[in-house]
Design a protein around this ligand. Structure first.
Ligand code: PMP
Length: 353
């Protein structure tokens, strides 16, 4: 960086690097099983006749469509640029820079920590237990936190979080902190949602996205669900026009009854494919499945993980190395693709061995 930029830049950003998708380094084919996307590309059309106008801050059709889908009132959600924007908004709205802390439970999704770092908010880490369950006593022993992030099902371990544990944390922090349950993958484990508990807990927040089961990662559309006072606070911070008009049109269509029927079919297929892939991986010598499979990916440990990753990339297949995450040495995460992609992965691993 130039001396001018070095001099001016926000001190908190100095240790950070720009996000670089592994795909930029990847000249291979289309077998991208590294970002937990859906392998299905559903078709949508847009009407451009209003594109000369700024969009509504919170597009009515999307708000009411998602409120119906989640079983909530329209005052109980905010539409964001992906769930990632929801994470950042929560930190910016409920933590004072240089003073407050969030709490995370690694190994878990990386954006909670990154957003906190960019906002100069402290990060308290309470690692998951060896079986990846929540260390409830240790979480409740932390007294100086404003926002607690719990990812359920957890990325990258695929584990659910016991309802009793979340209940204990919600009650313990009732007057002290927000408890954010990140349900990015909830459609793959639908009965475990906390959305239907929003009316019972004023400090509960649920994060959702259209990037996974809805097969719309390219859209950048997510939702933060909570009681109205929390949503009102978030609306103070969000940009005036955060949701582009084409995004609003497609999101509204994705929430139609017809699209939701398709979603259910695709989730059922992916859940079946996931079990087939897991069985095939488990049957391979030296491969051990890790965690659980409540989302749309499988995590496994393999002694030669780095070399296997390299080989797969050379064959045009990208999966995710999780080795740097706490307690996930030599672990690789693979998103569930089409039947053909999953079979190809097994075939390539067999060739490598
Ligand atoms: N939470 C979790 C647990 C995720 O895995 C992801 C995406 N990888 C997100 C949130 C962010 O989703 P979005 O694409 O909606 O920003």
């Amino acid at each position: 960086m130039s001396a001018l930029i070095d001099n001016l830049i926000n001190d908190n950003l100095v240790p950070l690097k720009p996000y670089e998708s592994a795909r930029r380094l990847f000249s291979g084919g289309q077998d991208w099983l590294n970002a937990n996307e859906s392998p299905y590309a559903n078709e949508y059309s847009v009407d451009s006749s209003n594109f000369n106008r700024y969009p509504s801050c919170q597009p009515e059709a999307v708000v009411s469509g998602y409120a119906d889908y989640a079983g909530l009132d329209k005052s109980q959600l905010i539409v964001t640029r992906g769930a990632d924007e929801g994470i950042e908004l929560l930190i910016r709205t409920f933590c004072t820079p240089g003073k407050d802390n969030i709490l995370i439970c690694p190994p878990t999704y990386g954006m909670y920590a990154i957003s906190a770092e960019t906002c100069d908010v402290g990060i308290k880490k309470v690692p998951l237990n060896d079986d990846f369950s929540l260390n409830v006593n240790a979480v409740c022993a932390e007294d100086d936190v404003n926002v607690i992030f719990i990812c359920a099902p957890n990325n990258p371990t695929g584990t659910p979080v016991a309802r009793e544990d979340i209940k204990t944390v919600l009650s313990h922090f009732a007057d002290k902190a927000l408890v954010v349950v990140d349900e990015a993958y909830i459609e793959f484990d639908a009965e475990n949602t906390w959305a239907n508990e929003i009316n019972n807990y004023p400090n509960l927040v649920v994060l959702r996205t259209l990037s996974k089961a809805f097969a719309l990662a390219g859209l950048r559309c997510g939702f933060t669900l909570a009681q109205a006072p929390i949503i009102q606070a978030l609306l103070k911070v969000i940009a005036p026009y955060p949701i582009p008009e084409p995004v609003a049109q497609i999101a509204a269509k994705a929430l139609s009854a017809e699209s939701l029927t398709l979603l259910e079919l695709q989730v059922a297929t992916l859940n079946r494919e996931k079990e087939t892939l897991a069985e095939a991986l488990q049957a391979l010598d030296g491969i051990e499945l890790v965690g659980d499979r409540k989302a749309n990916f499988v995590l496994f440990r393999y002694e030669k993980a780095p070399a296997l990753m390299q080989y797969l990339v050379s064959q045009g297949m990208l999966i995710r190395d999780q080795s740097k995450q706490l307690n996930l040495h030599n672990c690789l995460r693979v998103s569930i693709g089409t039947e053909e992609q999953n079979q190809r992965l097994i075939q390539l691993i067999n060739e490598f061995k």
